[in-house]
Design a protein around this ligand. Structure first.
Ligand code: SF4
Length: 468
């Protein structure tokens, strides 16, 4: 059971001074121009999009938009370089485009490693004195390794906003070189990589500025497409052994703020469809239903993720009535022992109940599955296949990947299943999730052929069900 989310993180911890600055910025038109240019780079990705969901890969990422918005609000000139269209090949062109920036930040995702190595090396060769920093989930999971194996100087770890306020001010305005007193950083030093004190998460998400989509070079196209990714919360307190998430505590925006944000985004982006990015949308069902009402009021259709826990008839019907075009359930496995080993915190009965509630409400449901979780047996795979065959939902299956920072990654290192960490990151950079021939890190006692065989069978079922 997920503990209910806090409107604010309510522990008696003093508010980070940077959060006060963040709150002041959120209500302001913008800071005085600082005459410095911050470049933010979005790496390319080899991922194959789910058909009909292409914009999740090619559209404006929510977290990147939030960081770019903040940089602009702080009064820095902003240069966003989106390398997704050009791919990895164009490092020289990227270096030229970034030539005038005073500092360069590069986002890091699980499939970015090869690009990060190439780009940071080229950037430092071109201008050795200029600071290059990393941010995002990959470096937050593996700061030591990423700084040791790329030419980046430092990294902003975890939720970036509060750290960035202080970090950019120190480097660009005050000209400091000793950054050890700034929380939330990883620094490359003569004595190796050092982590500064951890930065607390933002306590009140209402302090975030509204996302500004004009930060994207293709803003006009975004408006034309009318599709953006938004969320009413950040984080997830669960600890599923396979889950690649770097923001632990769950917090929600106030409904009043969420309503104003949707109204603002309607005005600025004209969006009429959103992918709700909340990791645990239904952690607090009454709150989630109020979010649905707000979207409906603004004429926004949506998809959402949900856990199978606590999906009542009322919740499913609310989704259906308010323009939900589909709900994606994180099912993972249809075997209780496998679920337990994964610390998923769900039961077979809850899976059945959630899917039944969705079907009764007339909602389109997708079930997300992982093949190859620890504890998987031939019988569990057979059970998954049969469940999918009979079920009134469309499956989406992936091979297990022990992503950096997860409990399964730690296990894979300990047991030698991942022996070469850099090599593994290079594989992730080339890997296409959902590709039948993806490499497998086999954490089961089963043969790889058997795992692939069931994966292929489930893919066939997916195609059949999608065609109906
Ligand atoms: S899989 Fe879902 S519930 Fe589990 S930790 Fe990740 S986001 Fe949370």
């Amino acid at each position: 059971m997920i503990p209910p989310p806090d409107k604010k993180l309510s522990c008696a911890r003093p508010v980070d001074p940077c959060e006060r600055l963040l709150a002041a910025l959120a209500g302001a038109d913008g800071s005085t121009a600082r005459g410095k240019t911050v470049a933010l780079v979005l790496p390319p990705s080899p991922q194959l999009p789910t058909p009909g969901r292409e914009f999740l890969i090619s559209g404006p990422f929510e977290g990147f938009t939030a960081v770019a918005t903040l940089v602009k609000k702080l009064g820095y000139d902003l240069k966003v370089l989106d390398c997704r269209p050009a791919g990895c090949e164009n490092i020289d062109r990227a270096v030229k485009e970034l030539a005038a920036a005073d500092i360069v930040g590069v986002a890091s995702y699980c499939d970015s490693f090869v690009f990060l190595q190439a780009l940071t090396k080229a950037l430092k060769e071109a201008r050795p004195e200029r600071l290059v920093f990393l941010g995002g989930p990959l470096v937050s999971s593996l700061p030591q390794l990423l700084l040791e194996s790329t030419a980046a100087d430092c990294a902003v770890l975890g939720e970036a906003e509060l750290t960035l306020i202080e970090f950019l001010e120190a480097v660009l305005v005050r000209g400091l070189t000793d950054l050890a007193g700034i929380k939330g950083l990883a620094l490359k030093t003569a004595a190796g990589v050092k982590l500064t004190a951890p930065r607390p998460q933002i306590q009140d998400l209402d302090n975030l500025p509204f996302p500004d989509y004009t930060v994207w070079p293709n803003y006009e196209e975004i408006v034309k497409a009318g599709q953006i990714i938004i969320s009413s919360s950040r984080g997830c307190p669960c600890a599923c052994s396979f889950c690649y998430k770097t923001i632990p505590a769950l917090r929600v925006k106030s409904l009043e703020r969420f309503g104003r944000e949707v109204a603002y985004l309607k005005e600025t982006t004209k969006f009429d469809y959103t992918w709700l990015n909340d990791l645990t949308f239904n952690a607090d069902a009454p709150y989630a239903m109020a979010v649905c009402d707000i979207l409906h009021k603004h004429g926004v259709k949506y998809h959402c993720f949900a856990r199978v826990t606590g999906v009542s008839a009322a919740f499913a019907e609310k989704l259906k009535r308010t323009g939900c075009q589909g709900v994606w359930f994180g099912i993972e496995s249809y075997d209780q022992a496998v679920l337990n080993l994964s610390r998923k915190g769900t039961t077979i009965a809850q899976i059945d109940a959630a899917l039944a509630a969705a079907a009764r409400a007339g909602l389109q449901a997708r079930g997300l599955f992982i093949v190859g979780l620890p504890g998987e047996t031939e019988s569990s795979l057979k059970g998954m296949l049969e469940f999918i065959r009979k079920g009134d939902f469309i499956p989406l299956v992936k091979y297990l990947v022990p992503f950096p920072g997860t409990a399964l990654y730690a296990d894979a290192l300990r047991t030698g299943k991942i022996a070469d960490t850099e090599g593994f990151l290079r594989e992730l950079s080339a890997r296409r999730v959902g590709d039948n021939d993806d490499k497998i890190v086999n954490l089961t006692g089963l043969g790889e052929d058997l795992i692939r065989d069931y994966f292929h069978k489930i893919w066939e079922l997916t195609r059949e069900k999608e065609a109906v």
